[in-house]
Ligand binder design. Structure first.
Ligand code: PLP
Length: 411
């Protein structure tokens, strides 16, 4: 049994073996729009938001990480739920502002911000520019002086600890992200030399795609120790601390769902015990894939069912060019397959084992080997689940020059 398939299917309506979105069979939607196609079901995203909102204290704000899925309707949807935004480029900043996210609820991270991006952040009056190096702070001070504003700065900390059991580690050891924890006290003293920078707090994002509540909770406890140790060096009490997140979703056969409730309990306890020390501080968590990952389906059509030396290949009309992550080529070390199913045979008996490949002339264009499926024929539709985050925008669309997939959003 593919745990992730079982886990994601509980968010979807299945009627008469047909996978449905917005009350309609996916096959009916695809017949109108054509394939390949991304479908985003915002009802699923709403459920995920409600799960996160219910788990963590109401005092903690949620920021949507736009890099997960920058579709304007998706950003507007999270804005409507009261989320702020984590942006990582001028393009994302503009999308957040266009969606109407209040500028004070936008944090701008990223290790390579350009002069132009710093200027845009100044002109927008951003809530926090999450600075990742001393050089960036020098440049930010210069640019803010030229624009004639005081730029809100949170220092992104590269902690001394690592987020264990994480799909992607972004803290601990030498890293491109954040300022090394041991350097922070010295950098805090330098705010005196930067008249155009306004210290507002800290940002600590240690890693992503974590399914282990103990390791996330442990990282949060350690992060609080770090913030507490830095309080005496702060030019003024931090008014904002972004705790990161790293909340993962099940993608693979053996993955178990993250116990977000236990993460929330740990955070509540931390806030309770540290209340006095951080009485002026607003805490934030940021999440991308947890909120939107399971809400997205990539739908491709079977072009050919090909036999080769006794094995069956389903050749789809889209592949890694549209959904790179599902092909295992976006940071996976050991290739494992995403949950997949034929859209009109959900729950039908499995009769064969197939290699599912895309149309590109490269062996890396594969969504999985020996995938167990019911009877399948050309024109059947295959859904790749968990495609709502790091899907279209993380894929090499120009590679081999195929048409781009459409995107449809269902509210
Ligand atoms: C700074 C920062 N915030 C948020 C995220 C979003 O992570 P996720 O989509 O896993 O929640 C990332 C992902 O790399 C990140 O680098």
């Amino acid at each position: 049994m593919h745990n992730a398939l079982e886990s994601v299917l509980k968010y979807y309506e299945v009627s008469n073996h047909q996978l449905c979105v917005g009350g309609r069979p996916v096959s009916e939607i695809a017949a109108e729009t054509g394939t390949p196609l991304y479908l985003y079901d915002l009802n699923v995203a709403r459920k995920k938001f409600e799960m996160l909102r219910a788990a963590i204290s109401g005092e903690v704000d949620i920021h949507y990480a736009i890099k997960a899925n920058p579709h304007p309707e998706v950003i507007s949807f999270f804005k409507g739920l009261g989320c702020g935004a984590d942006v990582a480029s001028l393009g994302e900043l503009n999308r957040a502002l266009e969606a109407g996210i209040p500028v004070e609820d936008i944090g701008f991270a990223g290790p390579g911000k350009s002069r132009q991006e710093l200027e845009a952040a100044c002109r927008a009056g951003i809530g926090s520019l999450n600075a990742e190096s001393e050089q960036e702070l020098e440049m930010a001070n210069e640019v803010a002086g030229e624009v004639g504003c005081k730029l809100n700065i949170a220092l992104r900390i590269n902690p001394a600890f690592e987020l264990v059991a994480s799909g992607m580690r972004m803290g601990g050891g030498p890293k491109a992200f954040g300022i090394d924890q041991e350097e922070i006290p010295r950098v805090l003293k330098k705010f005196k030399e930067w008249p155009n920078l306004n210290f507002v707090g800290f940002h600590l994002f240690a890693g992503s795609q974590n399914l282990n509540h103990d390791s996330i909770s442990d990282a949060m406890r350690k992060a609080f120790e770090v913030f507490e140790s830095l309080l005496p060096d702060c030019p003024k009490p931090p008014r904002f601390i972004n705790l990161g997140g790293g909340f993962g979703i099940p993608y693979f056969a053996a993955d178990e769902e993250l116990d977000i409730y236990s993460v929330g309990m740990c955070l509540k306890q931390l806030l309770q015990t540290k209340k006095e020390k951080f009485s002026d501080t607003k805490f934030v968590v940021e999440a991308g894939r947890y909120l939107i990952g399971e809400a997205g389906l990539y739908i491709a059509q079977v072009q050919y069912v090909k036999q080769s030396r006794g094995e069956t290949f389903l050749v789809l009309n889209g592949g890694m060019n549209h959904q790179l992550a599902a092909s295992g080529n976006l940071g996976q070390i050991i290739k494992k397959s995403y949950p997949m199913a034929l859209t009109d045979r959900i729950g039908c008996s499995v009769t064969q084992s197939c290699h599912v490949v895309g149309p590109l002339c490269t062996p890396i264009d594969s969504f999985g080997k020996k995938i167990e499926l019911p009877e399948v024929a050309p024109t059947d539709l295959l859904a790749v689940f968990c495609s709502g985050a790091y899907g279209l925008s993380s894929s090499p669309l120009l590679f081999l020059g195929h048409e781009e997939p459409r995107e449809c959003v269902f509210k």
